[in-house]
Design a protein around this ligand. Sequence first.
Ligand SMILES: Cc1cc2nc3c(=O)[nH]c(=O)nc-3n(C[C@H](O)[C@H](O)[C@H](O)COP(=O)(O)OP(=O)(O)OC[C@H]3O[C@@H](n4cnc5c(N)ncnc54)[C@H](O)[C@@H]3O)c2cc1C
Length: 617
Amino acid sequence: YIFVFITHYSFDDVGSCLSPTTGTTPQTFAAALQYFAAAQCLLPRDPLPEATPKSGETFDFIVVGAGSAGSVVANRLSEVAKWNVLVVEAGSDAPLESDIPGFDALLFKSDYDWQYLTVNNGVTSQGLANGSVSFNRGKMFGGSSGMNAMLYVRGNDQDYQNWYDAGNKEWSVSEVKRCFKKLENLQNEEMLSNTTISEFYGHTGPQIINKYNHTLDNYIENVLEAWDEIGLRKVKDMNIENVNISGKTTTTAANGLRQSTDRTYLISASKRPNLKILKNSFVTKIFIEKNKAVGVEIEKDGQLLKFLTSREVIVSAGTINTPQLLMLSGIGPGKDLKKNNIATIVDSPKVGQNLQDHLIVPIFTYGDVPEETNTDDAMFENMKYIYKRQGSLAHSGVSTGGMAFYSTEKNATFANCQLHLTIVPKNTTTLKAGYMSSFRYNETVAESIGKPNEDHGVFFFLFNLLHPYSRGNITLMSNDPKDKPLIHANYFQDPRDLETAVEGIKIATKIEYFKSIGGFLGRIDIPACNSLELDSKDYWRCISINLVTSVFHPVGTCSMGASKKTSVVDSRLRVHGVKNLRVVDASVMPTTISGNTNAAVIMIGERGSELIIEDNN
Ligand SMILES: Cc1cc2nc3c(=O)[nH]c(=O)nc-3n(C[C@H](O)[C@H](O)[C@H](O)COP(=O)(O)OP(=O)(O)OC[C@H]3O[C@@H](n4cnc5c(N)ncnc54)[C@H](O)[C@@H]3O)c2cc1C
């Protein structure tokens, strides 16, 4: 919550309110205040309607989880009027702070976050509190699309070609592109007025896409110019071209409001009589009889309920919770299930394996700008948001949307590195606590990052590795569904990842812009790295190992593929070895994509729904 300015106004230069008046002045100001007080009530939306089905009731389809993918599936299946669909979500309606883009990081560690942490392996991330990395995941309608940074990135054609080449014939590049267009509803006027850009995107889908209302435009532009100078060509659209380029990305925010999938897919569908919604309902088990999914067990308000299906259960609980639920239901690596006293129904060794994530290595640079935001400015930013959905609350507090995609390989056709840009004004008092909370940096690290900010603006580059070779995994802590699963991220386990990261960071630190604003690269205080020359490869190796965190894009733990020896679901997303059970969410990606994952997950929701509808007609 680096950019969140919640301050108390101090009236330094104000009169006593005793001046004579005709009454016009106080009336005018009072009317303005009333207007602003009322304007904040324009934000809330109605809660989703909740059904009260009786335990034991049967549905054609039961969808577990209403996140980025699950909301799409619930919408598309309930378009078929003859089918009764139940969607079950462990969280509740998204809070107001989810709608306001600038409050995204305020949802970290709240009741709307599953608050997962990785297991400390004693080697990587030792500059973080307890050596463990935050794996934030949304627990609300909209799931992680309700707390993400809203950056809309399709990825590279080659990403999907790789899925297809691995035997997943339902995922050809042309099918994938058709589904992206099907989901999209481009609303940005400037983009619409450019024929090439306009034709690239879809216009009639549910998912509204636009651009942030930016506040720090000049500074972002300056960085983009500097990236352009080092060969990362500044482009108008980062989905049409996506290697060795920079620009401002499209977002799932429009007119200063987040467009999470509950907003874009569920609100309209919730009016259909054949879609039933259950809130605060945690699915603890899938019932499987004779290798066929027949229903689910749900914990709601301390009671266990049971719902049955006449067609299918679709699990859309996300990369962490989906493998957990399969394992709790007896589908997973036999040995691990046995260890946790769970009877094996299908010995499926790849459940929870193949975890891939885009890691972050932080690059902190500092410059003479932006100037400190004083109390008046901060208040004015908030007013701008209430009045016109502009100002610093209109875009993510984590990312400005300025990004670069590039490769460490010559003549590459897809990127293996990404940079996100965050800009923080001088002397931002919440900075140190913000980094300790959001990234879990320990006190010493946060102090060394925060100190130069006292008299310098921060240009924070989040370096991401896009195609890691390392693989992590998710295993059960116990057979109690409430026990959080164990997450082993295994960053840099494959040494090639560290070397690519270092090469990629060295490209990023070539940037000249900072010299023109009195800029410099900050040294981060990690005892093991302090004797190494700043910006040397050894320095970055050391920083990478000690400060690696997640950019929150875990995928792959129930990946699709030919058989259960190599994967968890087939190309039509059916769980190997169990009938009437599918997985539709980020976990099915066999390999990760060249960019932020939300757009691809919504696309998976669309394509997965088509496959379910085809197979049930
Ligand atoms: C902080 C953050 C920032 C991100 N920034 C971006 C970004 O800017 N751009 C981008 O493209 N991607 C971003 N991502 C990633 C992107 O949001 C995710 O890849 C995507 O939302 C995953 O979708 P999903 O459907 O697989 O899971 P989710 O959206 O997480 O949905 C899973 C849903 O299932 C529910 N659930 C889980 N278990 C159960 C259960 N047992 N019973 C009932 N319900 C259950 C959960 O509460 C949740 O609502 C970000 C993610 C995070 C967390």
